[in-house]
Design a protein around this ligand. Structure first.
Ligand SMILES: Cc1cc2nc3c(=O)[nH]c(=O)nc-3n(C[C@H](O)[C@H](O)[C@H](O)COP(=O)(O)OP(=O)(O)OC[C@H]3O[C@@H](n4cnc5c(N)ncnc54)[C@H](O)[C@@H]3O)c2cc1C
Length: 389
């Protein structure tokens, strides 16, 4: 692997500029309005799909751009830096990993070209369950093999975008936990056609602090043909792990985009706002938290770049992916607070947009994995400290 890039290449600069140009068509008022109405940003997702940005990870032979994780990171980072929220569509990028790496040729030919063209949406990722929480191997949703199909019963929670997706990447038990040698065995990964099985799936929206189109999903005998199982039965957990690394690196990128949004906004406001006859940014009490936020975000970005580069090189990047998500979300949360302080009372006024971003940025400390779990992963798997659970 080459050393992490210091200067971005021209292709990356071009991607940044093009995504920025697209985002200018969806200014902050657009996001404020969708947030207030709790509405899905359909026009934005459509524009992103039409310009091909959502399918960059799909190889050219299946209709995508055939780019790598680094390029995908740049796209999501720019969306969030512009004031937008990639949460509306980011899953299409990370769910792709499992299909690309572990799907068979038939599955790739059936789904990838339609996903690339926007005809099919793969925006839902069904992992989390109410009773299992962070303990993924304790999920109970069960897919029972009946002839040439699986019949699914159970419940997922926090399945974002389920109402705005045609397909769901679903992790379910195919062998009960008490009948497997290793708790990570007996889980299988499926592509579930939610539109086709709509009468056996109940999707209930959850009212949340941010506009995230997240839901509870109940499976009441939903059927999945055997040819829609990804890889071998019982090995699904290891297939989602690769996808989870992609998810963490991409989420770190969104978080970095949010962080730079807060820094950009705070710098501009601190230079413009005059109190006591001088710009508030002249006061080091205002200036230093913004500078510190910027430095922390730049450091997190280096870890994100390293993780993305390792992912693209096919290397094991579990530690780097987790660390980049942790560092980015914590750095951005500090920058978010610096921006709130800089804006004073106006930070709370919706027309300044800071409060919306503040709510959105908080999510990444909790999802897709809580930072406690990341710290525990590093303790146990990177440093060799004793296992605590
Ligand atoms: C808006 C939103 C969107 C989401 N979208 C999706 C999605 O699309 N698909 C999906 O599958 N999931 C999704 N999630 C779920 C998310 O991944 C989980 O919320 C997250 O993994 C934490 O699980 P939990 O909420 O059950 O928390 P819990 O597991 O109940 O944890 C609660 C708290 O206890 C701590 N804790 C628990 N055990 C330990 C331990 N052993 N050591 C230290 N601390 C511990 C946690 O760190 C956390 O702080 C989403 C969540 C939200 C809020």
């Amino acid at each position: 692997m080459s050393n992490t890039k210091i200067v971005e290449n021209t292709e990356h600069e071009m991607i940044r500029k093009s995504v920025r140009a697209l985002c200018e068509r969806f200014p902050e008022d657009y996001w404020r309005e969708t947030d207030e109405k709790d509405a899905y940003p359909t026009a934005f997702v459509q524009a992103l799909t039409e310009e091909g940005w959502l399918s960059v990870l799909i190889p050219e032979e299946y209709g995508g751009a055939g780019l790598g994780m680094t390029e995908a990171c740049i796209i999501l980072e720019e969306i969030n830096r512009s004031g937008g929220n990639s949460g509306a569509c980011h899953a299409q990028m990370y769910t792709m990993g499992a299909l690309l790496r572990h799907g068979n040729e038939d599955q790739k030919r059936r789904y990838l070209p339609k996903i690339a063209s926007g005809e099919l949406r793969l925006q839902a990722f069904g992992i989390t369950e109410p009773t299992a929480g962070s303990d993924t191997t304790s999920i109970q949703t069960f897919a029972e093999r009946v002839g040439d199909k699986y019949v699914v019963h159970g419940q997922k929670i926090w399945t974002s975008r389920a109402a705005h997706s045609d397909l769901m990447l679903l992790l379910a038990r195919t062998t009960p936990k008490d009948q497997v040698a290793k708790k990570t065995d007996g889980l299988s990964l499926f592509i579930l056609d939610m539109k086709e099985q709509a009468d056996k799936i109940d999707i209930r929206p959850i009212d949340t602090m941010i506009n995230h189109a997240t839901t509870e999903v109940f499976f009441e005998g939903a059927e999945i043909p055997v040819e829609n199982r990804i890889g071998e039965e019982g090995k699904g957990f290891r297939y989602v792990l690769g996808g989870m690394n992609a998810e963490r690196i991409l989420i770190a990128s969104e978080s970095i985009g949010d962080g730079m949004y807060f820094v950009d906004k705070a710098v501009q406001y601190a230079n413009e706002r005059e109190v006591f006859g001088r710009p508030i940014g002249k006061n080091q009490g205002v200036q230093f938290p913004i500078s510190k936020g910027y430095m922390d975000i730049q450091a997190a970005k280096l870890m994100r770049d390293k993780a993305a580069e390792m992912f693209d090189a096919g290397m094991d990047c579990g530690a780097e992916a987790n660390m980049s998500k942790y560092l980015a979300s914590e750095a951005t949360w500090r920058a978010a607070n610096a921006a709130m302080d800089t804006f004073g009372g106006y930070g709370f006024a919706k027309e300044y947009h800071i409060e919306r971003k503040f709510r959105e940025a908080r999510l990444f400390i909790v999802a897709p994995i809580t930072n406690n779990l990341v710290v525990s992963y590093v303790g146990q798997h990177v440093l060799g400290l004793p296992r605590s659970f």
